[in-house]
Each structure stands twice: as C-alpha cells, then as structure tokens.
Design a protein around this ligand. Structure first.
Ligand SMILES: NC(=O)CC[C@H](N)C(=O)O
Length: 224
C-alpha cells in the first residue's frame, strides 16, 4: 500500500481533509510536521491548502523556509510525486519547484465556489487516470489565486504541455486561464482548486477529486 504524506504548517487548514482523501482513495495517510527534517519514508507528499504562517509577507513565502521543505525539494528533484493544493501550490512556486506566482484575485475578492476545469494534461503522476479534455468540477476557495508568469515562461509551459488544468469561466484573472501546472518531469503538480474537498457525495457535488489520489497510486504501483 502506498504511503502518502501530508505536511502540516502553522496555519494549514486542509491537511485533515487531504489525509482523509488519501485514506478514502485506498492509500495510507502519513502526517508530516513542518519542523521535521524527515519525510518518514513516504512515497509521495502533499502540501495542503490553508494560510501557512498567516499568509504574512506573501502566501507561501515563509513556509518555503520550513525545515521539511529542504527534504521536499530534494525528493521532488529526485522524482518523488509532490502535489501542492492552493496554499501548497503557492509554496511550490515560492520554493521554485514550479514557475510563476499567485497575486490577488482580479476583483480583490475571496472566491469560494464549485469550479469547472478542463483537464489539459494526463502526462503527470497526479493526473494519469483522467482523460485529456475531460471536464471536472471541484471546490475553489482562495484570495490569491491569480496565476501570473512572464511571457517566456508562459510560452514554455504551453509548448511543453505543462498546463495541467484550465478554468472554464476564469474566476480570478489567471494568465491563459491556468488553474494548475506541472514541472517538466511531471512529478510535481500545483493547482489552486481543492481535489481533497471533492471526494465523497455527502460533502461535494462531485467525487472528481478522488482521481488525483488514485492516479498517483497507479503510478507508484507501476514504478515499484
Ligand atoms: N484555500 C487556500 O489554501 C487559501 C490559499 C491562500 N491563503 C489564499 O487565500 O489565497
């Protein structure tokens, strides 16, 4: 059984939902603490949503310096699957595991809604069980989800098929309607919407989020 770690930073909010989603998808959830310098032998890592360090300075800018991030960065660079959800995506950008940055939403409003997305790439360890062009609906909730990058970086992301999800009806002004991206290798994925909140009928319109957690397990089983 795959062991999937979820990092808790001071101010993390969605770590418990991420652990629950991991369990519901059939993997073993492992809690990881921001101040630790060990990944506890996990097979994959999730950086959850929330307001790490109170979003002071910039979202994710302080969490990037947490001791566990040294381990996450070196594991990611060795190919370990890493998923950053919302604040976790912001931490991945601040850590330079993914390019670009998030700024305030276009209308300066916190956006909270069921969000339609189009799957653009299944060449990542977290999206291999989707199909290209598939429409999914998962929860979106953030104040700083407006993805920005310079034109050369955007061109590179598009040319390399590193845009993984696009918003249908862009809610925040993100460049190229980008909701999620991957690194060149396809093992690090960051997205603003929250798959871990859309895994069971009782609490969500869809269970589309579950496929993130099953995709990574299928990938890990193939490479074991
Ligand atoms: N849901 C979240 O993870 C929130 C992310 C971040 N703190 C923001 O408001 O943009």
């Amino acid at each position: 059984m795959s062991r999937i770690g979820v990092v808790t930073f001071p101010g993390s909010l969605d770590d418990h939902d991420a652990l629950r989603a991991v369990r519901l998808s059939g993997a073993e959830p492992v809690s990881l603490w921001h101040a630790s310098d060990s990944l506890d032998g996990v097979d994959a890592v999730i950086l959850p949503g929330g307001f790490s360090y109170g979003d002071y300075l910039r979202c994710g800018a302080i969490a990037r310096f947490a001791p566990i991030m040294d381990e996450v960065v070196s594991a990611a660079n060795s190919g370990m699957p890493v998923l950053g959800i919302c604040n976790g995506f912001q931490v991945l950008c601040e850590s330079h595991l993914l390019p670009g940055a998030m700024i305030r939403n276009e209308r300066r409003k916190f956006v909270c809604r069921q969000q339609k997305l189009r799957v653009e790439s299944t060449d990542t360890v977290w999206t291999c069980d989707f199909t290209v062009g598939q429409q999914i609906t998962i929860v979106l909730k953030n104040g700083e989800g407006n993805y920005q990058a310079d034109p050369a970086t955007l061109r590179k992301l598009e040319d390399n098929n590193q845009v993984v999800f696009r918003y249908i009806d862009n809610p925040n002004g993100s460049r190229n309607d980008i909701a999620g991206i991957t690194n060149e290798r396809g093992n690090v994925v960051g997205l603003m919407p929250h798959p871990e909140h859309s895994v069971e009928a009782l609490t969500s319109q869809t269970r589309d989020g579950l496929t993130f957690f099953t995709s990574v397990q299928h990938f890990l089983a193939l490479t074991a």
